[in-house]
Design a protein around this ligand. Structure first.
Ligand SMILES: [Zn+2]
Length: 145
């Protein structure tokens, strides 16, 4: 079986554990085209398909992330890893400012930039959801703290 294969029960566990919301941008699955199981460390880089290396991600975050692990901090040229939903606390790296997701650390900055959290359409979408009390999701409110 390929290392990228994820059993049905494991997919279910990941979705439930995330309370059916994207663990990066905090949008609920019901408010976005789809959520997918993401390998935090991609299979290409040796990540495995265990619960500890998986998270739930919306289609937009997952597509932008691809097999990347991080990006460059252009202020100092250093390589910075992405936010890891299994190890990091959302509120220690990001803040919600209306519909904008602001980063408060280098990890937050590269994650928000590469996953394109504040793309115009996505921000507008969050704005509408906020007005309808559907963002952040109930589960995500705990993460924001
Ligand atoms: Zn997302």
């Amino acid at each position: 079986m390929p290392r990228s294969y994820i059993r049905t029960e494991l997919r279910r566990l990941v979705a439930q554990r995330a309370d059916y919301s994207c663990e990066y941008c905090l949008i609920a699955e019901e408010n976005t085209p789809s959520c997918q199981v993401d390998h935090i460390i991609s299979v290409k880089h040796g990540g495995d398909s265990t619960a500890e290396n998986l998270c739930y991600a919306c289609l937009f975050c997952n597509l932008q992330k691809g097999t990347d692990l991080g990006s460059i901090n252009w202020q100092n040229g250093e390589l910075v890893r992405f936010f890891n939903p299994r190890r990091d606390l959302w509120r220690e790296h990001f803040q919600l400012d209306g519909a904008i997701i602001r980063s408060t650390t280098d990890i937050g900055e590269v994650t928000a930039r590469i996953l394109d959290f504040n793309d115009e359409d996505r921000t507008l979408e969050r704005q509408v959801l906020i007005e309808n009390n559907r963002y952040p999701s109930r589960a995500a409110k705990n993460k924001i703290g």
